[in-house]
Design a binder for this molecule. Structure first.
Ligand code: BGC
Length: 393
C-alpha cells in the first residue's frame, strides 16, 4: 500500500506577480527591460485584471490552495509611501481565492525590487533588511485577516547567484563574490527581521521562507562523488538554512533539478534544458526533515510547450512526495509551477510551464490536458497516481 497523503493535504498551483500581472513599471526588472538587458514583460498574462477568471479556473481544476505574490513596487512605490488602492486590489484577490474554498499562500517578495530600493543598492544597502521588514509587516498587517500563510522571500540563493555571480539578472554583476555574500546575508537578515516584525503585528500569521533546492546525491560508491554531493548540499541548502530556519513556522521547497554524481541514466530534458527527474523531489524534501517544521512544495513543475511530458512529470512528482512522507517529512501541500504560462524572467515568454496555456495576443486561456490529470490527483488526494485508472484525454 503506498503511503497516503494526509487528509488535509493541499493541492494547487503558484504564480508570481511580475510574471503574470502585467503593467508593473516601477521595479528593477522593468527598468532592466527598458535598458534592453532582459525581455520586456508588458501586460504579461493580464492577470491583474483577469485574476477572478484565473482563480475560478484553478478552482474548476480541483485546486484547494493557491500561492501568489504581492508586488512591492505597487504597494510601496516610493520609500515610506504605501498605496492603499493596491492593498485593496490584493484584498479582492484573497477574497476571490477564499470564495472558491482555496487556501491562499502569499509570497511577500518574489524577486522584483521597487526602483527606489534597487537604486540605492538593493540587497547590498545596510538598511535593506530593515526596509524589507517594514514592508513585510505592513503587508501582513493589512492582509493577515484574509490569509494566514506568508513566505517572506522566494529563493534568495537564486537572486544572489544570478544577480551577483552569473550577471544574468538585476543588478547584473559577474563574479562579484563579496557583494554576493553581502546580498545573501542581508536577505537572511531581512527574513529574520520580517519574521519578528510580522509576529509583533499579527500573532496568527504563519511565516516561512521559500528555498530553491537542488538535491545533490551520489550513485555508487565513489567517495569523491559522496563528498561532492555533501559539500554541494551544504553550500546550496544547509548553509543558508542555518541562518533562517529558527525564524520559520514552515519551509517552502522549490524543486526543479537533482544532480546525481556518477549517474549514467539517460534522462530526458525539459524545455528549460534541465534534466527531468521529478521523483528526485524526495531527496530535496528529505534535506528539510532535520528542521522539524511543516514543509510545502511551493513550486515544482516543468516547461513543456507540447504538454507531452507534463502529466507524467506531475505523477512522478507525486510519487516522490509520497516517498518523502513515508520517510517522515511533515509535508502539507504542493503547488505546481505554474497555474499559467508566464514571463520566465531572462527567457521572456518562450517557456511554457502552465497548466493553462495563455495566448499573449488575445489573453485567451486554454486548459492543457495535463491539468486534467492533475485535477484527478487533487480530487483523489493523490489517489490516481498509483493505480492507472485515469486515462489520458
Ligand atoms: C522561480 C519562478 C520561475 C521558476 C521556473 C523558480 O525558480 O521561483 O519564478 O519561473 O523557477 O524557472
Amino acid at each position: 500500500m503506498p503511503h497516503p497523503f494526509p487528509h488535509d493535504f493541499r493541492w494547487g498551483a503558484a504564480t508570481a506577480s511580475y510574471q503574470v500581472e502585467g503593467g508593473i513599471e516601477r521595479c528593477d526588472w522593468a527598468q532592466a527591460a527598458r535598458e534592453g538587458r532582459v525581455p520586456p514583460c508588458g501586460s504579461a498574462c493580464d492577470h491583474y485584471r483577469r485574476f477572478r477568471e484565473d482563480i475560478a479556473l484553478a478552482a474548476t481544476l480541483g485546486h484547494t490552495m493557491h500561492r501568489f505574490s504581492v508586488e512591492w513596487a505597487r504597494i510601496e512605490p516610493e520609500e515610506g509611501r504605501f498605496d492603499e488602492r493596491e492593498i485593496m486590489h490584493y484584498r479582492e484577490v484573497l477574497t476571490a481565492i477564499r470564495a472558491h474554498d482555496m487556501e491562499p499562500s502569499i509570497t511577500i517578495l518574489h524577486f522584483t525590487l521597487p526602483l527606489w530600493y534597487a537604486e540605492r543598492g538593493g540587497w547590498e544597502h545596510p538598511n535593506a533588511p530593515r526596509l524589507f521588514a517594514r514592508y513585510a509587516a505592513y503587508v501582513v498587517e493589512r492582509l493577515g485577516d484574509l490569509c494566514t500563510t506568508f513566505a517572506t522571500l522566494n529563493e534568495p540563493m537564486v537572486v544572489a547567484g544570478l544577480g551577483y555571480v552569473r550577471g544574468r539578472w538585476p543588478p547584473f554583476h559577474t563574479r562579484a563574490y563579496v557583494r554576493y555574500l553581502r546580498a545573501l546575508y542581508h536577505m537572511a537578515k531581512g527574513h529574520r527581521a520580517a519574521y519578528h516584525a510580522i509576529r509583533a503585528a499579527r500573532t496568527s500569521a504563519r511565516i516561512g521562507i521559500v528555498k530553491h533546492t537542488v538535491a545533490f546525491r551520489a550513485a555508487g560508491k565513489n567517495p569523491f562523488h559522496h563528498l561532492a554531493a555533501w559539500c554541494m548540499n551544504l553550500l546550496w541548502t544547509r548553509a543558508f538554512m542555518s541562518l533562517v530556519h529558527h525564524s520559520c513556522d514552515w519551509i517552502g521547497v522549490n524543486y526543479y533539478q537533482r544532480r546525481v554524481y556518477g549517474d549514467t541514466r539517460a534522462l530526458p530534458y525539459t524545455d528549460m534544458g534541465w534534466r527531468s527527474d521529478p521523483e528526485g523531489i524526495a531527496d530535496a524534501l528529505l534535506q528539510f526533515k532535520r528542521y522539524r517544521k511543516p514543509v510545502y512544495v511551493a513550486e515544482a513543475g516543468c516547461a513543456d510547450a507540447s504538454d507531452r511530458f507534463r502529466a507524467s512529470y506531475i505523477r512522478d512528482t507525486v510519487r516522490g512526495m509520497r516517498t518523502a512522507l513515508a520517510q517522515g517529512v511533515d509535508l502539507r501541500g504542493y503547488c505546481y509551477w505554474s497555474l499559467l504560462d508566464n514571463y520566465e524572467w531572462a527567457e521572456g515568454f518562450e517557456k511554457h510551464f502552465g497548466l493553462v496555456e495563455v495566448d499573449y495576443d488575445t489573453f485567451e486561456r486554454r486548459v492543457r490536458p495535463s491539468a486534467l490529470l492533475y485535477r484527478e490527483i487533487c480530487r483523489t488526494n493523490g489517489g490516481v497516481v498509483e493505480g492507472d485508472e485515469y486515462q489520458e484525454p
